[in-house]
Write a protein that binds this ligand. Structure first.
Ligand SMILES: *[C@@H]1O[C@H](CO)[C@@H](O)[C@H](O)[C@H]1NC(C)=O
Ligand SMILES: *[C@@H]1O[C@H](CO)[C@@H](O)[C@H](O)[C@H]1NC(C)=O
Ligand SMILES: *[C@@H]1O[C@H](CO)[C@@H](O)[C@H](O)[C@H]1NC(C)=O
Ligand SMILES: *[C@@H]1O[C@H](CO)[C@@H](O)[C@H](O)[C@H]1NC(C)=O
Length: 584
């Protein structure tokens, strides 16, 4: 009896000891962030990735309505790593003076970004692949990227050469491992990083894997000469039957959109065939990424670290091929371009869950800091943590701010057949609203053309003067007045204003959604609100060209001067085509 009693006491005091230790130093989770380049969410690319399906979608939560705010690589990546919208980072395109790595550095973000904050809080941090555009074999060390314990960055002008990428390992002079498939380099670094990270039992880790796939191949020195991605030998010829979904917005009989999009000719059969093969090559290029998921999960599992590791999977921006008659590319505000994959698995994240609550790339840095338990002093986030545990009780806001400056780009041989594959004046503001009962995409271009898409118009016949919201018919002008006012706030918002924009319009009323704002009480206020407009088309964020910046709050309505221009929605060309979103 006595020995047994002793053992019991011993055992329970040991138990107490371990609990106390766990309380004092809870082990912080590891985070793996997989960031693909230009992956679509609307041409089935996720369906062709079996390991992603098995280990992430089935073991985690899919955020079906996750958006990038600027549909091109560098601005979108800067938003990811800073939690700020492009109009606040002023990294608005891929090359200086508007964007690229030099602009990221120049604007102070090499000292303010997610990996650095995590590293300062005790995380080991790693990055392999493309970080930003214009991060080159010439400027990789002036200055070096801050915030990484180990790194293997792909450098311009070789970033998009699948078999001749240039890489700098931990800041060393770049080398080209010629003939080695780009995504397999990511796979190798992933295993090396995991080996290093798992050896350190006292620090959690944050690893970003940023393969090029399925981005177009871009030849050295031939700016804009895009071709389909190259595929690893072992994946050639896969999916011969695949075709881009022939949704109602696919190569439609009548033109789509506004501005340059409305002038695109219908694609002929030769181009459509080429485009189908283009997307097959993209799907094949993603197979090497899928293998990375398999290998990373296996390694974590083997090290018994899987349970304490979050895995995020997303893309910098989306992609279109053939929708709205477009050649392969991004840069547009269409759902194909802005709605990107986001899947999260990890401790406490519900499995096999799909949520349609909208979120944006501005939310990911705050989300990751929250799960890492890191508080920073100088955060300037334009987003807020995503409810990855599916436990939120309060409704999340229904808006996503979208913005773009510069040119549109056609990334195929047919796109450059008649000159440079560049569409000028692709500068616009967009606003995506997604609620259970309604969904809109509203956009104002630098030409002051406007467009509105009813994203939920499935099988409802619309006459072009009303839209249906919560079962009621609303005059188009009234709805556009509200959307325009919300865009007016968002186009120059900072932090809390971006997170709760209706509050700026109604500081003392409980208006939190489009539905609330539709109240007839506010009709006059919204009709007379200053409208989003541009005075010219610029390649970057030139404040003077972006029309009025200030707006009226509801409470200030009495301060309107008689000289304020009264907006007449009937005089504005608002284009509505319910068919463009039927495939939704
Ligand atoms: C690979 O890149 C190097 C420059 O780093 C270049 O000199 C060489 O021609 C390229 N090789 C191939 C096969 O493209
Ligand atoms: C682009 O915008 C500029 C300035 O707003 C204008 O002068 C020019 O004509 C536009 N170009 C095209 C091709 O629309
Ligand atoms: C953004 O950067 C461009 C290029 O350097 C500059 O001309 C512009 O004034 C900046 N915009 C703002 C709002 O600071
Ligand atoms: C929408 O689609 C219907 C059926 O395909 C067609 O009859 C109608 O003309 C289309 N409307 C527009 C505005 O394109």
């Amino acid at each position: 009896m006595v020995p047994s009693l002793t053992r019991t006491i011993f055992a329970s005091s040991w138990l107490l000891f371990t609990i106390a230790r766990a309380d004092a130093a809870p082990s912080r989770p590891n985070i793996i962030f997989i960031l693909t380049d230009d992956q679509d969410n609307h041409m089935g690319s996720l369906d062709y990735m079996p390991s992603l399906q098995k280990h992430l979608i089935h073991q985690g939560t899919t955020f079906e309505r996750h958006y990038c705010s600027t549909a091109i690589c560098c601005p979108s990546r800067v938003t990811l790593w800073t939690g700020q919208l492009a109009h606040n980072t002023n990294v608005t395109n891929v090359n200086p003076p508007w964007g690229g790595y030099p602009k990221f550095v120049q604007n102070g973000y090499n000292d303010h970004h997610l990996a650095l904050w995590l590293q300062q809080s005790g995380y080991n941090t790693y990055y392999v692949g493309k970080l930003f555009n214009s991060h080159t074999i010439h400027n990789y060390d002036s200055p070096p990227v801050s915030g990484y314990t180990q790194s293997n960055f792909f450098l311009d002008p070789f970033t998009y050469q699948y078999y001749n990428v240039s890489t700098t390992r931990n800041g060393a002079p770049p080398t080209n491992p010629v003939g080695k498939y780009s995504t397999d380099i990511v796979a190798e670094s992933a295993q090396e990083f995991l080996q290093h990270a798992l050896q350190d039992e006292t620090s959690p880790f944050f690893i970003t894997l940023a393969p090029i796939a399925p981005h177009a191949l871009v030849g050295e020195g031939s700016v804009g000469a895009f071709d389909p991605p190259q595929v690893a030998q072992r994946h050639q010829g896969l999916f011969p039957e695949y075709k881009i979904p022939r949704t109602p917005n696919f190569n439609p009989d009548s033109p789509s959109g506004v501005d340059w999009v409305s002038k695109l000719p219908k694609l002929d059969d030769e181009v459509v065939d080429y485009n189908d093969e283009y997307q097959r090559l993209r799907l094949r290029s993603l197979q090497a990424v899928d293998e990375i998921i398999e290998a990373v999960v296996a390694r974590l599992d083997q090290a018994r670290a899987l349970e304490n590791t979050f895995i995020f999977y997303t893309s910098d921006n989306g992609y279109h091929i053939g929708q709205h008659r477009l050649h392969p590319g991004k840069t547009c505000g269409f759902e194909t371009d802005i709605n990107v994959p986001l899947i999260v698995r990890g401790p406490g994240v519900p499995t096999q869950r799909i949520t349609r609550v909208p979120s944006s790339h501005t939310d990911l840095a705050p989300t990751i800091l929250q799960i890492a338990g890191v508080e920073i002093d100088d955060k300037k986030f334009d987003g807020s943590p995503i409810d990855i545990y599916g436990t939120a009780t309060a409704a999340r806001s229904e808006h996503v701010a979208v913005e773009f400056w510069g040119y549109g780009l056609a990334e195929s041989i047919f796109g450059r057949k008649n000159g440079p594959p560049v569409y000028p004046n692709n500068t616009y503001k967009g606003l995506r609203i997604e609620a259970e009962e309604y969904g809109f995409y509203y956009s104002v271009w630098c030409s002051n053309e406007r467009e509105l898409y009813d994203m939920k118009a499935r099988r409802i016949h619309l006459v072009d003067t009303t839209v249906i919201i919560n079962g009621d018919n609303w005059p188009l002008g009234k709805v556009v007045d509200r959307l325009d006012a919300l865009m007016m706030v968002l186009k120059s918002c900072k932090q809390q204003t971006c997170i709760q924009p209706w509050k700026s319009l109604h500081p003392s009323a409980n208006v939190q959604s489009l539905s609330d704002a539709l109240s007839a009480v506010y009709d006059e206020f919204y009709r007379e609100q200053l409208k989003v407009s541009f005075t010219s088309c610029e390649s970057g964020y030139i404040l003077e060209s972006e029309g009025p910046q200030a707006f009226h709050a509801y409470e200030d309505v009495k301060h309107y001067s008689p000289d304020d221009e009264i907006y007449d929605p009937l005089k504005q060309q608002v284009l509505v085509n319910p068919n463009w979103s039927l495939w939704e």
